[in-house]
Design a protein around this ligand. Structure first.
Ligand code: PEP
Length: 255
């Protein structure tokens, strides 16, 4: 199973900038063929990314979606609209949405259910805040987020799921978690999935680390046995820094 590295561009890039980025990164893609790569542009740039990545191995993800399949939901985007552009993955429950837009575990659960039902692969984000870490409740927080998000999910769907461990204090701060912290959290997530869905089904789920990942530190995360990839914000915004990161990840997993 290849590690999966996802670029989360958040609220950055126009359609024209997206085209430019995708063209640049495509030129390098043979150098990171050992890594499954995807870009998650804003909704308004999905069409541009889809066109620029046609017949490339680089895949497309979305940063969010609605839990309803269609209907009177002004401003929302449904799964079928993402599928139209060849979107394969969708980030669900990112901490910015949980903390800034008030998304709770139940909303995250509904989105996961809808995404899986539509054939999209969710990247479920979990992780503790700095205060929760200081209180020693990291494990409890992660387990609660997992059980809330995956209530009702059937084992047959679990290999389509990616779980991103993203400690909130590490996102966009330049202060990445230590490999030991990432390893412990990923092992906890793996253990939870095995207990809940059985080891055979859970073996197909990849667990990413996210939080201030860059070319210089990606190797220390993807070489940890329980970690199979990364969710990358800041270092994915420039084609040069993202392709350097992908090459470093490819080299680390090949060794
Ligand atoms: C993220 O947005 O999920 C993220 C991990 O951001 P950054 O890499 O900038 O910390």
């Amino acid at each position: 199973m290849k590690p999966i590295i996802a670029a989360n561009w958040k609220m950055h890039k126009t359609a024209a900038e997206t085209t430019e980025f995708c063209r640049a990164i495509r030129k390098e893609e043979s150098a990171f063929s050992g890594v499954e790569t995807l870009v998650c542009p804003p909704f308004t740039a999905l069409a541009a990314a889809s066109a620029a990545l046609k017949s490339s191995h680089i895949k497309l993800g979305a940063q969010n979606m609605d839990y309803e399949s269609r209907g009177a939901r002004t401003g929302e985007i449904a799964a079928f609209m993402l599928l139209e552009f060849g979107v394969e993955y969708v980030i669900i429950g990112h901490s910015e949405r949980r903390h800034q837009m008030g998304e709770d575990d139940d909303l995250v659960r509904r989105k996961i259910e809808t995404a899986l039902g539509a054939g999209l692969k969710p990247i479920l984000c979990v992780g503790e805040t700095e205060a929760e870490r200081e209180q020693g409740s990291t494990e409890q927080v992660i387990k609660k987020q997992l059980s809330g998000a995956l209530e009702g999910t059937e084992a047959q769907h679990i290999s389509s799921l990616v779980v991103a461990y993203e400690p909130v204090w590490a996102i966009g701060t330049g202060k990445a978690a230590s490999p030991e912290d990432a390893e412990n959290a990923a092992a906890l997530i793996r253990g939870y999935l095995q207990d809940r869905f059985g080891s055979v089904s859970a073996a197909g789920t990849r667990i990413q680390y996210g939080g201030s990942v860059k070319a210089e530190n990606i190797g220390s995360f993807v070489s940890l046995p329980p970690v199979q990839g990364a969710l990358v914000g800041g270092a994915s915004l420039e084609a040069d820094s993202f392709s350097a990161l992908l090459k470093a990840a490819g080299e680390a997993v090949a060794n």
